[in-house]
Design a protein around this ligand. Sequence first.
Ligand code: BES
Ligand code: MN
Ligand code: MN
Length: 454
Amino acid sequence: MIHEYIQSNQDRFLKELFELLRIPSVSADSRHASDVRRAAEYVVEKLKAAGAEKVELMETKGHPIVYGEKMVDPKQPTVLVYGHYDVQPPDPLELWNSPPFEPTVRDGKIFARGACDDKGQVYMHIKAFEIMMKHNLLSCNIKFMIEGEEEVGSDNLGTFVKENKAKLKADVILISDTSLISLDQPSITVGLRGLSYMEVEVTGPNRDLHSGVYGGAVANPVNILSKMIASMHDEDGHITIPGFYSKVAELSAAERKAMNDAPFDLNEYKRELGIDEIKGEKGYTTLERTGIRPTLDVNGIWGGYTGEGAKTVLPSKAHAKISMRLVPDQEPQEITDLFTKYFISIAPKSVKVKVIAHHGGEPAVTPTDSKAYHAASKAFEEVWGKSPIPTRDGGSIPIVALFKKELGLDTVLMGFGLDTDALHSPNEHYGIRNFLIGIETIVAFYKYYGGAES
Ligand code: BES
Ligand code: MN
Ligand code: MN
């Protein structure tokens, strides 16, 4: 019945999702503030149309949060669905094969910024809710909280959650904003990495200089910064910041074995990325390197002349944005402090350095022995014919730790994207199959969680 309803309504579901994808809700870019709001209003409209009550656009100091609910019975448990309607900037535009905000279907995939992260996945929940309302299947209460600042660090969500604890009262958080292993092997994410995001500035001479007149006699901040960054990893790929690993939780041999039993094809991984060899911390597999080990990566680096042709210049300044992915039990503030101290300590006297911290977030591990996890697991078994494997994803959703702290709630990360969906990259996409089967799996989750069949 559900399957048939999804099939016969899939064109409309996609048409509605495409409308949402056409709105360039880039939270990082203030020029798009009104588009961000428009996306929020669209989510409001669709939640109302699906049958949600008390739907409202709640203001914050930044972009608004969409709230809606359907209380069927106060004695039944409540699921709080979290997602985000904001997206990453689409740059570099010239690398897109079709415009980022004009959803285009190729090869069974929807190409658009936000197709997978996270509009496509949020929309699955709205359509699953529509189906449950239409067929009178909703056997527990449901609340929606869809925010517009996830991609810029959820700065105002903490305050919002603290101020609305009663409204957000629930028994579990449900999020679709992570990846599956593949369409042949479902998985449920049980771990996310945390984040410390830094920006550094290295200053040499008080102005750009002629690189012939001064070159060789005055420190070049770009050269110096490159060397400082290079020294932050040793030959084995370990990070050299003192104390960086002191709180990293080591997994047992059995836990590591279970992680590495998940299907993973290294050759396919390399082929898909166009690389001849992988690289990472010695002593760990690729799944471990992204799942349970911390990292330090330059996200952007600039300085000096980068325009057309050649200009001979010894730059006055060099800059870099550096992120560190964290794992349990590392603390973002502590890592930020360790980085700052170390970066300043390794700077030669020939330059001055400035270090600033951007947003961060705590890592998270979610339980696999809860009623909600079991419901999610059974839902996958029913719809996919296979039981899902628990996995640890490399990305970050800092609010998962915040929900635990502020609301005391555990999260189930039931994501339907693929790591290869080009999140944050040009040509982001989302499989139509992932979208449709995701809707069906979410409906099945409620069936098992709502009581009747658990
Ligand atoms: N949905 C992603 C996180 C993600 C992607 C988790 C794939 C697991 C698998 C989320 O929108 C995101 O991009 N988060 C940011 C962190 C945030 C603080 C900007 C990230 O991971 O860089
Ligand atoms: Mn996301
Ligand atoms: Mn994202």
